[in-house]
Design a protein around this ligand. Structure first.
Ligand SMILES: [Zn+2]
Length: 96
């Protein structure tokens, strides 16, 4: 069973969590000034890397809070988790 470390609750089984998309995607300050392509890129296009990926997760069957995690998309290994609002830890791009 995959164990995910909630920053508030500690280590818990993966069935208590839900994926919430890519982390650190900031809403543009002035969407009206953007082109249609720029707006579409913000809404729909994500990085989808092979390797380390910063993601939002929610401890839906626990504390209910969102947090961020750096997960290796190749091995499904969670390198680290951290509270929402904190910057991504500097752990490189591949984790290999
Ligand atoms: Zn929690």
């Amino acid at each position: 069973m995959l164990i995910i470390n909630c920053p508030w609750c500690g280590a818990r089984p993966e069935i208590e969590f839900r994926y919430g998309g890519e982390a650190h995607v900031a809403r543009p300050a002035d969407p009206a000034a953007m082109s249609d392509q720029e707006w579409a890129d913000f809404l729909y296009n994500r990085t989808n890397p092979k390797g380390l990926h910063a993601e939002r997760w929610r401890h839906i069957h626990g504390c209910g809070r969102y947090f961020n995690a750096v997960r290796d998309t190749v091995s499904d290994f969670f390198v680290t988790t951290y509270k929402a609002g904190e910057p991504r830890p500097d752990i490189g791009e591949s984790g290999q």
